[in-house]
Design a protein around this ligand. Structure first.
Ligand code: FNR
Length: 387
């Protein structure tokens, strides 16, 4: 049973009794974004905020959510609420996860250490990016028993991929998220215009610089020749040749559950399911890869239809409020990944900022659920959502 909504409202409103007349944190996604924009330099902010090409996919992600509307049901006794979901045979208190977001050191000095700790404290699974600023092992250490998954960019060097998988297994990551929409970096005008690619400055390469398979490719240690190490990184970290056959081979390298991230076409989802992948994350990478793409929320229902009612589907791209979470679950997702919203919160307040954001999201979702007429997230269905 949760009281997230009531507790958060009380926490905020009762601060008025202590003379507070303006809550010190933003309380909307737009507010967090604006505040982050004030605090971050143009390069890092643009890297987080920008999308591919004309930004059409990013806009579709948002406008599509607004085309779905919830028709609430009343008088259904929602006094006791339960936001929990079951993913990969494990129960989680809310249907929220933190999406893999790379190079977080450009957003805050504590980077993934801060967001992973926030996720742990708020009981939200954390998905660590391949291109993180701290290593697989460093993040595991700060998370203790907290649930963490590892996101893998399947690069060009199989030894490095296998090494990453082994490291993730040994460090207690309980699932692999294989991102398949980033076989190359999309055309990103904001970054091009700012001449800003953080990897070139040695950001986001911690897993590579600590990896025996990667280091064996170098003639000298990275600290002796950083630019040669970065050059080598750029050769291996993504792989335009990656195909279904490679994914099938990758499946044989680990017993960890594998989720395929970056799917929008129902046939691709069906293929992943057919190959024994444990789930799919419907996502267009927040519109950072393909321009003019389908909104992730529009892709969700057809994918759900293709894979049947029980297959594990998660979703991200464009989720900015609790109503979006509700709609995503109604249209077929079991849970959702928060992306940019937590990156902005990290920029605003480090670990504290991400925790505040997560408390707010849990509260809003609790209220959204109840006021729509449901007491359990698992009961949400498409009946009361229309286009
Ligand atoms: C990402 N995303 C991402 N995805 C992934 O699989 N590995 C990664 O390293 C990254 N890195 C990354 C950096 C930044 C700055 C952003 C904004 C996004 C994509 C991320 O996991 C997720 O799919 C999107 O963020 C979802 O879109 P919205 O909701 O954030 O717009």
């Amino acid at each position: 049973m949760t009281q997230y909504g009531y507790e958060a409202e009380l926490r905020i409103y009762s601060s008025a009794l202590k003379g507070v007349s303006k809550w010190p944190w933003p309380v909307t996604s737009d507010g967090w974004r604006e505040e982050a924009k004030q605090r971050l330099d143009a390069g890092p902010f643009g890297y987080v905020d920008g999308g591919a090409g004309m930004g059409q996919t990013m806009r579709h992600n948002r406008s599509a959510f607004e085309r779905y509307a919830i028709q609430s049901r009343m008088l259904s006794n929602v006094e006791t609420r339960d936001l929990s979901v079951r993913l990969l045979e494990q129960d989680f208190p809310t249907p929220l996860l933190l999406a893999p977001i790379g190079v977080q050191s450009i957003i805050h000095k504590d980077a993934e250490l801060a967001s992973a700790k926030a996720a742990y404290n708020q009981e939200v699974p954390f998905i660590l990016s391949t291109v993180s600023s701290f290593t697989i092992e460093e993040i595991a250490k700060v998370m203790g028993e907290g649930v963490r998954w590892f996101q893998l960019y399947p690069g060009t060097d199989k030894d490095i991929i296998r090494s990453f998988i082994t490291r993730a297994e040994q460090a207690g990551y309980s699932a692999l998220v294989v991102t398949v929409d980033t076989t190359m970096l999309g055309w990103r005008p904001q970054d091009l215009s700012n001449v800003y690619l953080p990897f070139l400055q040695g950001e986001g390469v911690a897993n590579f610089m600590s990896d025996p398979a990667f280091l064996s490719r170098l003639d000298e240690p990275p600290q002796n020749n950083p630019s040669a190490a970065i050059e080598e990184f750029l050769k291996v970290y993504v792989n335009p040749a990656f195909s279904w056959d490679d994914l099938e081979e990758l499946r044989t390298w680990t017993k960890l559950p594998i989720l395929v991230k970056g799917i929008t076409h129902p046939e691709d989802a069906r293929q992943a399911q057919f190959m024994g992948m444990d789930g799919v994350i419907v996502s267009n990478h927040g519109g950072r890869q393909v321009d003019g793409g389908i909104a992730a929320i529009d892709a969700l229902s057809p994918v759900r239809q293709a894979v049947g009612p029980d297959y594990l589907l998660l979703m991200d791209s464009g989720i900015r409020c609790a109503a979006d979470v509700y709609k995503a679950i109604a249209l077929g997702a079991k849970a959702v990944l928060l992306g940019r919203p937590y990156a902005y919160a990290l920029g605003v307040g480090g670990q504290e900022g991400v925790e505040e954001l997560l408390m707010q999201w849990k509260a809003e979702l609790d209220l959204q659920l109840a006021l729509s007429g449901f007491s359990k997230v698992r009961e949400i269905n498409s009946t009361y959502v229309s286009r």
